[in-house]
Ligand binder design. Structure first.
Ligand SMILES: N[C@@H](CCC(=O)N[C@@H](CS)C(=O)NCC(=O)O)C(=O)O
Length: 278
């Protein structure tokens, strides 16, 4: 690789020093994927506009060769367009479509429900000077008091985890969402898991969750970029009597996951589904 220069990176952190935002996490991984170091400008939620000289109220933002680039997706497009000779984040337009689809599903299925289950933790882990702003802005965003929304989360966490089965199925046969090598889809989803790890004071996933392999594999990339000591553990969700299984323990998979190699491979299923007739 030509050079290992650093890109100026505006971070969004909590009191442990860990990054919080899924967008910011995904962008950290994206910059390292392109082979650049991060020249981090630290800070929390309040004062983003002042820190960036009025350039933005939202993070991430980067400055590369004097050029400001805003927005996580905008930064990825910029990096691939400006440095096509370096490993691509979005090697084909189909990866953009699939990544946006997967990310939208993941937010609806997991990030939203987790946000409502951890919103008081989210506020509590912020810097003291951010807490007032985070309380008032997130209460408007979520439509209620943070403590009230978070209450009873133990009754919801197993079901949120269980709803991630499509991701488990996809990763059962592949090392990364990008295949043998990670791409931006991996960084987008790990960004949301690391957002959760930055604040979740009760683990959201079971200790033996099959997703753990992929999560830790991605966290370990780039010298352990996703292993910041301020992060809380994601594993250790307690299963109580009557809780749904937090993941599917029967590895049965049909549809595109079960290869049709001729009648021999479908015989048992055919016998089963036609047994009423015989
Ligand atoms: N479309 C933007 C969204 C960025 C965004 O919403 N960032 C949030 C952090 S998750 C932020 O900067 N929030 C500051 C605030 O809440 O005041 C992107 O992809 O970068």
């Amino acid at each position: 690789m030509a050079d290992t220069k650093a890109i100026t990176f505006y971070d969004l952190q909590v009191s442990t020093g860990a990054t919080i935002s899924p967008f910011v996490w995904a962008t950290k991984f994206a910059i390292r994927h392109k082979g650049f170091d991060l020249d981090v400008v630290e800070g929390g939620f309040t004062g983003i506009a002042e820190r960036t000289g009025g350039k933005t109220e939202r993070l991430p933002a980067i400055v590369d060769n004097g050029r400001w680039v805003l927005d996580s997706w905008g930064i990825v497009e910029y990096l691939d367009e400006t440095y096509p000779e370096r490993p691509m984040l979005i090697p084909h337009e189909s990866v953009a479509v699939m990544t946006k689809t997967l990310d939208a599903w993941f937010w609806r299925t997991a990030v939203g429900p987790w946000m409502r289950s951890y919103c008081a933790d989210y506020r509590d882990v912020c810097y003291e000077h951010d807490k007032e702003y985070i309380t008032s802005s997130r209460e408007v965003m979520l439509g209620g008091k943070l403590e009230d929304l978070q209450a009873g989360r133990e009754d919801r966490l197993a079901a949120i985890s269980a709803s991630l089965e499509p991701l488990r199925i996809g990763l059962r046969e592949h090392k990364f969402l990008g295949g043998d090598e990670p791409n931006y889809a991996d960084y987008r989803i790990i960004g949301s898991f690391l957002w959760l790890a930055s604040l979740a004071q009760t683990p959201p996933l079971a200790a033996d969750d099959p997703l753990r392999d992929w999560i830790e594999r991605v966290r370990d990339l780039f010298g352990g970029l996703g292993q910041h000591p301020g992060l809380f553990t994601l594993y250790g969700l307690e299963q109580r009597e009557g809780d749904v299984d937090p993941f599917n323990r029967q590895a049965g998979m049909g549809g595109i996951h079960k290869r049709n190699t001729g009648p021999q491979s479908t015989q048992a299923e055919t016998q089963f589904i036609t047994k009423a007739k015989s």
